[in-house]
Ligand binder design. Sequence first.
Ligand code: NAD
Ligand code: TDX
Length: 337
Amino acid sequence: MTIVVTGGAGFIGSNFIFHMLQTYPDYRIVCLDKLTYAGNLSTLKGVMDAPNFRFVRLDICDREGVVRLFSEEHPDAVVNFAAESHVDRSLLDPAPFFRTNVEGTRTLLDVSRRSGVKRYHQVSTDEVYGALPLVGGQAFTEQSALHPNNAYSESKARADEIVLQYAGQGFPATISRCGNNLGPYQHPEKLIPLMIVNALADQPLPVYGTGENVRDWLYVEDHCRAIDLILHEGRSGEVYNVGGHNEMRNIDVVKLICKELDRPESLITFVADRKGHDMRYAIDAAKIRNELGWLPETTFRDGIRRTVRWYLDHREWWQEIVSGEYQSYCRRMYGDR
Ligand code: NAD
Ligand code: TDX
């Protein structure tokens, strides 16, 4: 079986590649990635020389390039992780989000269908459902209406609609909608690695607003196992929510990181809130549990410990990132807010 994994030089895509190569040594994995600021080839260095792995630098919007690659590889399946994924960046400049997340998804679907791909999986997010109030409100089910509140989630919601349109026309496709992931190889622009990296440098820990916003966290390996199951056993045309009932307030996550790193909470600095900041996400994952038997294996507490340990042990990985494009992003980010 040959699987094209797009966005595999990013956080979740790379973890998925490691999971698949380890679980299915007879599969061929072809990673297609544009290597934007979020993609990092050094993340893949441990698998680069594997005989059943190939990396190709390519934009999912480049139809000719994708057609060429698919005619060489004849993939059986495609898993699409490629995306602009950071909400704060979508507030600064929405254009790349619609290009990659919407048009890129359409291009991939179209080429996949024409190339006889037997299964397409779209990696989506709980953010497409919008926000819940801090207290009350039903956790998101697959039937919840889509209410995206920023350009990132709007572009992901539109992509999901296109995937369902193709599935409705008979093309075998599935969607997973997961909550916030934590684990190795996440870009330091996101909450958990940002706080770890800043705390290690005794820099302020910028918490947006009051820090009461709630996210539903899942360890990245659990997410990868869920996608693996859906790819093999999920029903075409179906959406599967993925979550571990790990609702945490941002402020509590940041305090836990301070504790794990033995840094003072006085580093915490409350800064201006994110525009349109979603208050709370919570996922009802009963469908994937009942239909496919998926259950998370890593608790949030263990996940945070493993993640903190990983960043302590891989300073060269994130130091390279924070000394590059990230510097100009931070200037734009804090200059504009
Ligand atoms: P990421 O930003 O770490 O990685 C994205 C990858 O996609 C990068 O390697 C980048 O180079 C690549 N890419 C971007 N534009 C591309 C293009 N036009 N063509 C080819 N490659 C391109 O993202 P992530 O956090 O790993 O998220 C992966 C997917 O999972 C995304 O679709 C995201 O919406 C979804 N998701 C993420 C989370 C989370 O907590 N991080 C939660 C739920 C869903
Ligand atoms: O410096 C910060 N301070 C802060 O308080 C940052 C970067 C974030 N936050 C808050 C905003 C959110 O409430 O922490 C929470 C998490 O923020 P992010 O890590 O930016 O994630 P979020 O906006 O929740 O989106 C993430 O989860 C869903 C991913 O980036 C998306 O790709 C995924 O779809």
